[in-house]
Design a protein around this ligand. Structure first.
Ligand code: CTP
Length: 312
């Protein structure tokens, strides 16, 4: 059978453990390699068993990783249980000519390059890896209680980074607004006419942004208020109580498909002045009925990591 590869379909694969903004950056860049209008990005996500065998036990289980990747704004389709060593037959199945990967080398359990075969076939494209974030480093930070202070130059994302992650599903058009503190300071302007009356607002620190959070955002946006724009306020709190920097939290939230605007350092008092219907992220209504939100919290993740201290 002749396989017709479609230049508008591209493949990316990985563990996507914690699905942090480095993964989101690779997914976004991969989506940019195909056309804005008709491009499709297939995200192959490996099983727990394959990751355990080749790299070591993931923190997030396969269902959590599949769904988190599915919630990424630039991912057109998740391919579950994709092989750890990239298999051109799987890419053919989805008519993808190329696989995209960050500019680092990924080895399998035998020390072989996972992309050797597809590189030899000329079906490999490289995008820029996001430096300064990795699953291993986040685990280390949790285990050593080592967090960055807001005075650190990397604590906040700059407007260029915020703008990069604010784009729509097509990975090009403007989408999310980004505000600072309240609505008076626009850092990035979005792709629609902003009108407070058309919005619902939710806030939280969104530390270790995970499927429990995403379930809640999905419920707000898709079930409760499908006609409204969802604004997510990321609160500052006491910085030492958050493991992730504001940059990591804001870029992760921006890459979630249910989000239409983000307020960095959201000031609850200032926002309470707004005439918005306000939902707190931790209300029972947002937690109940979610496959993940009923059990997954930041504390659960931290405990999971601490209980495997010897493995990590
Ligand atoms: N990636 C990236 N920037 C990062 C981390 C990952 O661009 N900081 C890219 C990888 O290059 C790959 C994709 O994200 O194309 C999925 O990576 P994954 O298989 O999940 O694993 P790692 O590269 O090992 O990521 P991490 O170290 O965070 O686990």
């Amino acid at each position: 059978m002749t396989i017709i590869l479609d230049p508008d379909r591209v493949w990316i694969d990985g563990c996507f453990d914690f699905t942090h903004h480095g993964h989101a950056g690779a997914i976004l860049q991969a989506r940019q390699t195909v056309s804005k209008e008709n491009g499709k990005l297939f995200c192959g996500v490996h099983t727990d068993h394959d990751i355990q065998h080749n790299k070591g036990s993931p923190v997030m289980n396969s269902q959590e990783r599949y769904e988190h990747t599915r919630a990424n704004r630039w991912c057109s389709e998740v391919v579950e249980a994709a092989p750890y060593v990239t298999d051109p037959d799987w890419m053919d199945r989805y008519q993808c000519q190329y696989v995209v990967h960050g500019d680092d080398i990924t080895l399998d359990a035998n020390g072989e390059d996972c992309y050797k075969v597809v590189k030899e076939m000329g079906r490999f494209k490289v995008v820029k890896r996001t430096y300064g974030v990795s699953t291993t480093e986040i685990i280390h930070r949790i285990l050593t209680n080592n967090t960055l202070a807001p005075t650190h130059p990397d604590y906040y994302a700059n407007t260029q980074e915020l703008g990069f992650y604010s784009v729509a599903e097509d990975a090009v058009s403007k989408h999310c607004y980004v505000f600072q503190k309240d609505l008076s300071n626009v850092l990035v302007s979005g792709g629609y006419d902003f009108n407070v009356g058309d919005c619902v607002y939710v806030d939280g620190d969104f530390d270790l942004f995970h499927m429990g959070d995403i379930d809640q955002l999905r419920k707000l946006k898709m079930d409760l208020h499908p006609d409204k724009k969802l604004i997510v306020g990321i609160t500052t709190n006491d910085y030492s109580s958050t493991i992730m920097t504001m940059k990591e939290r804001s870029l992760s939230v921006l890459s979630c498909r249910y989000v239409d605007a983000v307020i960095i350092n959201a000031d609850a008092d200032a926002l309470a002045q707004c005439n918005w219907k306000k939902y707190r992220i931790d209300t029972a209504v947002l937690t109940e009925g979610g496959n993940f939100s009923e059990y997954l919290t930041k504390d659960v993740i931290v405990k999971r990591i601490e209980s495997r201290r010897d493995v990590y």
